[in-house]
Write a protein that binds this ligand. Sequence first.
Ligand SMILES: CC(C)(COP(=O)(O)OP(=O)(O)OC[C@H]1O[C@@H](n2cnc3c(N)ncnc32)[C@H](O)[C@@H]1O)[C@@H](O)C(=O)NCCC(=O)NCCS
Ligand SMILES: Nc1ncnc2c1ncn2[C@@H]1O[C@H](COP(=O)(O)OP(=O)(O)OP(=O)(O)O)[C@@H](O)[C@H]1O
Length: 206
Amino acid sequence: MLIVGLTGGIATGKSTVSRTLREAGFPVVDADVVAREVVEPGTRTLEKIKLAFGPNIIENGILNRDKLGRIVFGNQAELTRLNTIMQPAIRSTMLDKIAFWRTQQIPILIIDIPLLFERGYDKKDIIDKIVVVHTTEAIQKSRLEARDGLDSTQAQNRMKSQIPIAEKIAGADYILDNNGDKMSLAVQIEKLIIELKEIAPKYDAK
Ligand SMILES: CC(C)(COP(=O)(O)OP(=O)(O)OC[C@H]1O[C@@H](n2cnc3c(N)ncnc32)[C@H](O)[C@@H]1O)[C@@H](O)C(=O)NCCC(=O)NCCS
Ligand SMILES: Nc1ncnc2c1ncn2[C@@H]1O[C@H](COP(=O)(O)OP(=O)(O)OP(=O)(O)O)[C@@H](O)[C@H]1O
């Protein structure tokens, strides 16, 4: 199985790309979805978050994501505290999902993971090829503000919580430029699919 890591900066278009890949028939493991699963009501990770950030971070058993986002984005110490709790749980669930897909005899698995580089998934021990979807910072910021209803400072804080996109591009095997319209992105994705299908047989025995 060829494992393809899809990453980029916040709001540069990963979900838009992974949606298209899913529609084209590729299974996708989404780290943002996993990050929600591991804090579902009753989980040990949610309990740890409650201990670290106080009981008010949970309302009716459910994590208040907006409140936690306001605490951690823009405050490195708090973000590190959250990451220390979340990352082991996210990693272990991701590995379980990858192990499941290995039993399904599929040629290509897509891993949509915003923090691929930040979390060391670029070592090629798990992920074989890296796709980076990028935009300019100005476009990234305006799409982020529009999608999530954030003000300029909140958007900037979230962007600054990740390594610069130029470093991600430097580590990419495939690059998708999402500064244009969605049609331009779709054309690049079609080309990417052809290239991935070409190399996938080399990973059959893996
Ligand atoms: C702080 C939380 C509750 C805010 O939730 P919210 O629903 O507002 O955002 P969501 O989870 O949808 O994330 C949106 C984007 O923010 C960025 N982001 C999320 N967590 C982080 C982080 N720890 N560091 C840097 N960027 C992050 C990613 O690009 C992600 O796609 C949430 O982001 C969280 O639990 N983060 C820690 C878990 C994590 O590392 N997730 C990323 C998966 S690898
Ligand atoms: N080419 C494009 N033209 C206009 N808007 C776009 C384009 N690509 C993506 N968008 C919009 O930009 C926003 C961010 O895209 P998307 O949600 O795919 O980013 P993401 O990288 O998955 O974000 P996150 O890191 O938060 O998960 C969305 O509202 C999406 O519809």
